[in-house]
Design a protein around this ligand. Structure first.
Ligand code: SF4
Length: 461
């Protein structure tokens, strides 16, 4: 039996002006690993890189002999999920939706599309369980994490309990996840041409930030689990053998436990794979010891959700951090020579003009290599969505939501004005150009393309 896994990105339908890169769906890669281990034939189609357009996807669905399609849509794909399910439903095959909006919108997806089922929570071995059941002519109900339609009723998923630790999971199918031409714009010190690999060293995050949802995160839940350093270095070695020169750790939070992070860094340093990497962590978890360990392990850059320059707003967003703590962490990273990407949010409920100015000022003061200004949005599954569903995203993205809110145009104006001030400052332009010379030389099209998109986004109305 053959399973086709498809990462269905909003790019198939929406052309977004804000420059951004796209990440390989590692969780889907793990599910592909499970299906491969179970003896099924597996393939992967990526639509986020722009290499596969809608017409190509139509052709693939018509030609591919897969009996099962696992669609992994982004939340931003919105109502187009129905279109993609419809396209996939040819050749008498079964279509299932997993990841992205699936967990929080499983009922709506089953009601609005003809999908045979929705995989909620971690995808893991649910696709292989489905394939096994179909092969044996069994019913699908009872399969962990799978919501289905049965007659006229919709049957919610029964949560699957994993009995063994994270290291018991198979490797993601890195051979398939490294095939698409992912472009990555955060600073890396890769040797030679950049070829990206993606891995997840931990799952879960115990924090409760009001804007954060699984529809955007890479993993689920508040329980925090991590792979052993031995497992992570084994994956990195496999990536190196596949020709990967740069890696992104897609963990929602790499830095929860200092001892574990230091052990991981030491193991990566010892493994000496030559891969330059980037990860997401909380700046307030970083001190000099952590920053130096990251640097020594080949971590070239980290992305930190700073969110706000106002302690009042951090508190109201339940971030569990302070401006001072974040600032000190960023300084430690910079002292160690690790590049920093900061994410800031404007337009959160209750934000005053003073709060917003504090945020923008902090963005300047932190002097990160890359600053991204996100416009507050309430995704399904967030506390914010329960109180302010009107701040959702309707067919756009977090950089430029089309929520219809009264101050939307003003927020986009503020975002663009910040970008102009920040990125077009002559000293920063020179710094960026020097820092990125190796990348410009090895892949001028990608680098200049990203610079042009940023310039166009910042300067055009
Ligand atoms: S924003 Fe970061 S720290 Fe907050 S809940 Fe999400 S993953 Fe955790």
């Amino acid at each position: 039996m053959r399973l086709l896994f498809v990462n269905a990105h909003e790019r198939l339908f929406i052309e977004e002006s804000h420059p951004r890169h796209h990440l390989a769906p590692v969780a889907l890669g793990t599910a592909m690993g499970f299906a491969t281990e179970a003896g099924f034939d597996v393939d992967f189609v990526e639509t986020s890189t722009g290499e596969v357009k809608l017409r190509d996807l139509k052709r693939i669905f018509k030609k591919d002999s897969a009996e099962i399609v696992i669609l992994h849509p982004t939340y931003e794909l919105g109502p187009h999920i129905r279109d993609i399910v419809r396209l996939a439903l040819c050749r008498d095959r079964k279509v299932f939706v997993a990841g992205g909006p699936a967990t929080h919108r499983w009922r709506a997806i089953l009601e609005e599309t003809d999908a045979h089922g929705v995989i909620t929570g971690e995808i893991d071995d649910t696709p292989s369980d489905i394939a096994r059941a179909l092969l044996e002519g069994l019913e699908l109900d009872g399969i962990g994490n799978l919501a289905i339609r049965k007659g006229d009723s919709l049957v919610p998923a029964t949560p699957r309990i994993r009995k063994r630790g994270l290291d018991s999971l198979p490797f993601p199918r890195h051979d398939l996840l490294t095939k698409p031409k992912y472009r990555f714009y955060y600073p890396l010190k890769n040797k030679g041409r950049l070829r990206m690999g993606y891995l997840m060293t931990s799952r879960g995050c115990p924090y409760s930030c009001v804007f954060c949802s699984e529809v955007e995160r890479s993993s689920f839940g508040k329980g925090y689990e991590f792979h052993s350093p031995k497992r992570v270095t084994a994956e990195l070695k496999q990536l190196a053998e596949l020709g990967v020169t740069g890696a992104y750790f897609v963990d929602d939070l790499l830095s929860l436990q200092k001892k574990q992070l230091l052990e991981l860094c030491r193991a990566i340093e010892d493994a000496n794979t030559g891969i330059s990497w980037c990860a997401q962590l909380r700046a307030d978890d970083v001190d000099d010891e952590v920053a130096i360990a990251l640097k020594n392990a080949g971590c070239a850059s980290v992305a930190c959700g700073i969110e706000s320059g106002s302690d009042r707003m951090l508190k109201s967003m339940k971030k569990g951090s302070t401006v001072d703590g974040m600032f000190k962490g960023v300084q430690a990273l910079k002292r160690a020579g690790v590049s920093v990407i900061t994410y800031l949010i404007i337009g959160a409920p209750g934000e005053t003009e003073e709060d917003r100015n504090l945020t923008l000022r902090l963005g300047e003061q932190m002097d990160a290599d890359i600053v991204q200004i996100h416009i507050f949005a309430s995704y399904p599954g967030t506390a914010a969505n329960a109180s302010r569903p009107d701040l959702g995203i309707n067919g756009a993205t977090k950089f430029s939501p089309a929520s219809g809110r009264a101050d939307e145009a003003e927020l986009i104006r503020v975002q663009k004005a910040f970008y102009r001030r920040y990125y077009l400052r002559p000293d920063r332009l020179v710094h960026h150009a020097i820092q990125r010379i190796p990348r410009i030389l090895s892949d001028p099209q990608a680098e200049l393309g990203a610079a042009w998109r940023l310039f166009r986004h910042a300067t055009m109305p």
